[in-house]
Design a protein around this ligand. Structure first.
Ligand code: SAM
Ligand code: SF4
Length: 337
């Protein structure tokens, strides 16, 4: 490779984690993520699976050790297993982990092939265990289908982490029950503060609940001990172990407590924009480059370096007032959560 230098930013953070959005489309319409009548991007705007694999391969050559496939719902993308197979071939050849975040609706079909491609862990998003509430939050989802997907993932041998966005009026009261359920099934769980990304059709102030408040509530019934696993605590989540359930619980708190100092990740949107920070607008367009005649490794490496120079120290998400415009106009589904 012409420029094999590791990607280290101006704050000394080494980039070892890539999140790739493979589609902005989804079979659900979660109230905090998308508008009900979501206008999806024209398919021609999306990187092809070959283009995604090429960029992924080259970033592994620059020190990326972990790739998470996301979206939208990654499993609705046609022929998605080609990409998992391509990237899976990099495991033990520079790449340490290939994983995904999924809403679980299609896992009865995909769990076993994912395992066969080398995936060992998966994050599954689940914001309610009550079927009506689940339908309300996702605007269309069938809880049984997701629970069957979770069973299939477990049967296939995938280690599962449940992601739950804390929502003031929709699930805040149910969170202790969800933790007890997840830990009872042997799953770790992460709670996430809602981020003001894109218009999702509701005022963010009606959704946002600060996680320190939830943590205080949990501490009235359980003993939360800082998790000894310091590796897990290097990312944007802070983990505790709940003594009574024995399970791990993470808190992702982009609004109340910013952990950008340890950020080791970059993101590529489904349209090929390389964002160095989820919460900022600076990006470099890789699609133009990979589609340009004669685009080569050197040009891509130069684009990675250019992007790296713009990696900001931190993001500035805020939800303060009713009617406030989102911090960012782009939706999480385009960037890949
Ligand atoms: N469709 C898949 C899923 O839901 O797991 C993957 C994509 S989704 C955009 C990735 C993660 O982002 C999910 O855990 C979801 O709950 C979270 N998410 C989406 N919009 C969000 C927002 N505005 N604030 C916080 N988390 C959000
Ligand atoms: Fe779809 Fe995931 Fe967004 Fe929900 S959070 S609408 S499942 S992309």
């Amino acid at each position: 490779m012409s420029n094999p230098a590791l990607l280290i930013d101006q704050f000394g953070r080494a980039i070892s984690y890539l999140r790739l959005s493979v589609t902005d489309r989804c079979d659900l319409r979660c109230t905090y993520c998308m508008a009900e009548r979501m206008q999806f991007l024209p398919r021609a705007d999306l990187l092809t699976l070959e283009e995604i694999a090429r960029i992924g391969r080259q970033l592994v050559g620059r020190g990326v050790r972990k790739i998470r496939i996301s979206g939208g719902e990654p499993l609705v993308r046609k022929d998605i297993m080609h990409l998992f197979d391509e990237l899976g071939a990099l495991l033990c050849n520079g790449l340490d982990e290939l994983t995904l975040t999924s809403n679980g609706t299609l896992l009865t079909t995909y769990a076993a092939p994912l395992y066969a491609a080398g995936v060992r862990r998966i994050n599954i998003s689940l914001d309610a265990l009550d079927a009506d509430k689940f339908k309300q939050i996702t605007r269309r989802g069938d809880l049984d289908k997701v629970l069957a997907g979770i069973d299939a993932a477990q049967d296939a041998g995938l280690k599962i982490k449940i992601n739950t966005v804390a929502l003031k009026h929709q699930n805040a009261d149910e969170i202790p029950d969800m933790i007890a359920w997840a830990h009872g099934r042997g799953f770790d769980m992460t709670l996430i503060e809602v981020m003001p990304m894109g218009d999702a059709g509701e005022d963010r102030i009606d959704q946002y609940v600060p996680l320190p408040m939830i943590r205080d509530q949990l501490e009235t019934q359980w003993t939360l001990e800082d998790a000894a696993d310091t590796r897990a605590n290097l990312g944007p989540a802070r983990f505790v172990r709940i003594r009574e359930t024995g399970g791990k619980l993470g808190f992702i708190t982009p609004l109340t407590n910013n952990f950008c100092a340890g950020c080791n990740r970059v993101r590529i949107t489904c349209t090929g924009r390389l964002y160095m920070c989820l919460g900022q607008e600076d990006h470099v367009d890789l699609r133009g480059l990979v589609r340009a005649n004669g685009a080569d490794e050197t040009a891509l490496n130069a684009a990675f370096d250019q992007a790296l120079a713009t990696k900001p120290e931190r993001h500035d998400f805020a939800i303060k007032d009713r009617g406030q415009a989102p911090t960012l106009t782009r939706h999480m589904s385009v960037t890949g959560g």
